[in-house]
Design a protein around this ligand. Structure first.
Ligand SMILES: [Zn+2]
Length: 124
């Protein structure tokens, strides 16, 4: 079995969203951060975006540790590559909770094909 994979030129290229200034994929039609439309692509499917799917998602809730005092929190996301090297580290939000206050966070990873490569012709 040959393990050759089609390499898409420019895959992973980034740009800055003109609306929210987040770093996003060049291929994005809709900013995943602020959900503004960025361009109208003739190849886009009706309804908006390139085919994306949520590869992974978690959701959790943090409460104040005690109802009679204040707790501070930092929500930190780190990304490591296949060699376990940290390639990104970002604090998403900080704040304080007291009493019955709580925060619910969700983290999702969206995957897409920037341009689907043409598959090799099938042998008959
Ligand atoms: Zn944006």
């Amino acid at each position: 079995m040959i393990g050759a994979r089609a390499v898409v030129q420019g895959a992973g290229a980034t740009r800055t969203c003109p609306h929210c200034r987040a770093t996003i994929l060049e291929s994005a039609i809709v900013c995943p951060g602020c959900r503004h439309h960025l361009r109208f692509d003739k190849d886009a499917k009706p309804g908006g975006a390139v085919a994306t799917h949520t590869a992974w998602q978690i959701e959790g809730t943090i409460d104040a540790e005690r109802t009679d005092s204040t707790s501070e929190y930092s929500i930190l996301v780190t990304v490591r590559n296949e060699r376990n090297e940290e390639i990104a580290r970002q604090i998403i939000n900080v704040g304080a909770l007291q009493g019955v206050e709580r925060r619910t966070f969700s983290l999702s990873i969206e995957m897409s094909d920037p341009k689907t490569p043409v598959p090799p012709p099938r042998r008959r």
